[in-house]
Design a protein around this ligand. Structure first.
Ligand SMILES: N[C@@H](CCC(=O)N[C@@H](CS)C(=O)NCC(=O)O)C(=O)O
Length: 203
């Protein structure tokens, strides 16, 4: 069975829980304390969460790779369109973008907010990165257009990846959801599978 390690309320772990919940794939949620123990670092030397293990020695420490793995390994699923579906490129683009552009751009901002000395929080790099994240979120809003979902009529991995990045933008960084994304975010995060995923760490 899949095991997903996560910090309590860690947004990126919710990506993997959520995909499992949408697909009905069983998984075990394992809480990781901060700072991570030596035993955890022996499994995942980066010491980051989430971390996924599955039968056959599968070990993944990138949340969007976990999403794609679960969809491919336990699919097919409407969350990931088939090879010949015209929506495939947009789903892959925004699934990866949720972490490759958004999540990885927000990490240094979280480090500055929670780790930097006060005098070094508001430096050129953090100001530039906040601006870059705002531009990146505008691009999501343009891709969504009139919706209902990022890749069109069907809810996919792209919606999961990007909406959980906005959880970090709002939660850890204390920023507002861009108004053009608010109704979509509420729509996707009222799905029963999301609500179960968000509670998964407490089970
Ligand atoms: N690109 C990785 C990022 C993982 C990551 O940075 N996770 C954060 C928590 S959400 C973390 O573990 N931070 C502590 C650290 O980097 O030591 C992913 O998508 O899973």
């Amino acid at each position: 069975m899949i095991t997903i390690y996560n910090f309590p309320r860690g947004a990126r772990g919710v990506r993997a829980f959520w995909v499992c919940e949408e697909m009905g794939v069983p998984y075990r949620a394992e809480a990781v304390s901060f700072p991570p123990s030596e035993a955890y670092r022996a499994l995942n030397p980066m010491g980051t969460v989430p971390f996924l293990e599955d039968e056959g020695g599968v070990a993944i420490n990138e949340s969007t790779a976990m999403m794609l793995y679960i969809a491919e390994r336990y699919g097919p699923t409407p969350l990931l369109p088939a090879k010949d579906d015209p929506a495939l490129a947009k789903v892959l683009q925004f699934t990866v973008y949720g972490e490759g552009t958004l999540g990885s751009g927000m990490n240094p901002l979280m480090m500055a907010k929670f780790g930097a000395p006060d005098a070094e929080k508001d430096i050129w790099m953090t100001r530039a990165l906040y601006g870059r994240m705002e531009t990146a979120l505008d691009i999501v809003a343009k891709a969504l257009g009139d919706g209902p979902f990022i890749a069109g009529e069907t809810f996919t991995l792209a919606d999961i990846s990007v909406s959980t990045a906005i959880d970090m933008w709002k939660g850890a960084l204390g920023k507002d959801t861009p108004p053009a994304l608010a109704a979509w975010r509420e729509r996707v995060q009222s799905r029963p599978a999301y609500l179960r995923a968000a509670a998964a760490q407490q089970r």
